[in-house]
Each structure stands twice: as C-alpha cells, then as structure tokens.
Design a protein around this ligand. Structure first.
Ligand code: HEC
Length: 261
C-alpha cells in the first residue's frame, strides 16, 4: 500500500509549519496544500508502526488533520464547485464521502490501539482518503473540470453582453447574466484547490499558492459585474458599456497573473 512513502523525503519543516498553523487555526486554505501528502505519509507510518503509543499519536494526527481539511473543503471549495459545475451528483457524492470519513474518524477517536478493530478502521480510512484525493487531484479531476465549465460559462455570458453593447440593444434583460458573472468572481478562487494543478490546466502554479491574490482578483470581477448589473437594471446603455469594459479588464487582470498564455 503506502509502504515506502514514509521514507520519501519527509518535508519536516513544512510539516512543523503546518502543524503550528493548524494549532492556531490560521490561514486555513494554505493548510490544504500540504495536507494530502502529509496525511498519506502518516498513514504509511501507521502501517509500519508496532507500538501502541506511536499508533495512537499517528492516528490522532491523521484525525485532526482530516477534520480541519474536510471542514475547509465543505465551507470553501465545495460550494464553489457546485456554483461552477452545477453538478449536484459529484457534489453530493463528495459530501456523502465526507460523512463516511467523519463517522470513521469519530470511531477511531473514541477507541484506541487496544481495540481489535483499530488498525482495520485506520486502514479503511486510508483507502477512503486515497479514493477522495484521487478524485480531486487526477488530471481532469473535479476541480479542474469545474474551472473549465465555469470559465466557459462566464465567457459565454460576456460574449452575450458584448453583442448587446455592440448592437446598442436594451440591456435590462441582462441583469441576471451580470449577476452570474459577479457570483463567478466570488466563487472561482475556491476552485483552485491545491493538488488540482496537474494535467490539462492553464492555471499557473501561483494560482494554487496565492489564494489571497486570487480572491482579490475575483472580487475585482465581482465589483465590476455588480456595476454591470446595476446598469442593466437601469437599462443605462452607456453605463453598461463602461462597466462592461471594467469586467473585461478584471478578467484580463486575473489571467495575466494566474493563467498561462
Ligand atoms: C480569479 C482569477 C480569474 C478571473 C477573475 C477570471 N479568470 Fe478566466 N481563468 C483563470 C485561470 C487561472 C484560468 C485557467 C484555468 C485552468 O486551465 O485550470 C482561466 C481560464 C479561462 C478560460 C479558458 C477555459 C478553458 O476551457 O480552459 C476562459 C474562456 C476564461 N478563463 C474566461 C474568463 C472570463 C471571460 C472572465 C471574466 C468574466 C474570467 N475568465 C475571469 C482565472 C480567472
């Protein structure tokens, strides 16, 4: 199974930093980055561990990390996924998987290495997490797909708005579309989940390390799109055209920093 992973260059510095951040409950999103690898390493070490004290320590680390991890995913990333991909099946599956893992974590925490089923429970948890990580991290995994779907949708909306601007059409009907673009600005940064940076993606590595910058860029789009929405509501074509320019600038601003050309 995960044998050998424990021996791989252990990022002990990163681990210490992660652990102390976790203890202080700080910068929750940055934690995710190291979490998958770290937890895999702990699972590998658990498999080899022989003494109960060590097993307890590793299982406690694993459970604590996974509890923080699942909370962050559920509060930040999954809503963004649902918004972008509109794929309830995958979203609900992920939530159900989380629930299964949470139950198992609670059982592990409530027992100890002297329990006959302790090792089996940790082993099953390890398999669940592996499956879950694979879904998120494989090329074309759920977050990479959601980014594509969302970006294509927002680009289609922007195309529709541009046609209205060019034709000097009434823009009142475009309010909902503008609101969708605004919502995307808020949601998109939640899809750049550390680990989903492989395979067919144009996102630059910095999109996965600079979450705060991404949020800022997303909020710039949000603000511009809200102006677009207000102009639509007033059916003010001139204001709509101006706001449309700002929306385009916000898209481009984020792409310049976070997307490969
Ligand atoms: C917060 C940053 C950010 C904002 C804001 C943003 N984008 Fe993107 N966009 C990206 C990144 C990063 C990628 C590459 C994603 C990937 O390939 O995983 C991307 C990819 C795309 C793609 C290509 C999708 C594909 O199939 O690969 C299109 C089209 C696109 N964006 C359009 C837009 C439009 C239009 C806007 C403005 C309404 C916009 N984006 C706003 C960061 C952003």
């Amino acid at each position: 199974m995960a044998r050998g992973k424990a021996k791989s260059k252990s990022k002990s510095k990163g681990r210490a930093r992660t652990a102390s951040r976790r203890a202080r409950g700080m910068d929750a999103v940055a934690l995710l980055k190291a979490d998958h690898r770290q937890v895999e390493q702990w699972f590998g070490q658990f498999e080899k561990a022989r003494d109960d004290q060590r097993k307890l320590e590793l299982a406690t680390n694993i459970c604590n990390a996974l509890k923080v991890h699942t909370t962050i995913e559920e509060e930040i990333f999954y809503p963004a996924f649902l918004e972008a991909a509109q794929d309830e099946d995958i979203h609900h599956e992920a939530i159900v998987e989380h629930d299964g893992a949470k139950k198992l974590i609670a059982e592990i925490e409530a027992s100890g290495p002297d329990d006959d089923f302790y090792d089996a429970k940790v082993s099953v948890l390890s398999e669940m997490i592996k499956h879950h990580v694979k879904e998120e991290e494989q090329p074309g995994g759920m977050f990479a797909e959601a980014r594509k779907a969302g970006m294509d949708l927002v680009a289609a909306n922007v195309g529709t708005a541009k046609r209205a601007v060019d034709a000097k059409d009434d823009v009142k009907v475009l309010k909902g579309l503008a609101e969708a673009v605004a919502a995307w600005g808020k949601a998109a940064p939640g899809l750049f989940v550390p680990g989903s940076d492989k395979g067919d993606t144009k996102a630059l590595p910095v999109a996965f390390s600079d979450h705060d910058g991404l949020v800022k860029a997303g909020m710039a789009l949000n603000a511009a799109a809200l102006k677009l929405s207000a102009a639509a509501e007033a059916n003010d074509k001139a204001a709509f055209a101006t706001a449309f320019g700002e929306v385009g600038a916000a898209c481009g601003g984020c792409h310049r920093t976070y997307r490969a050309r």
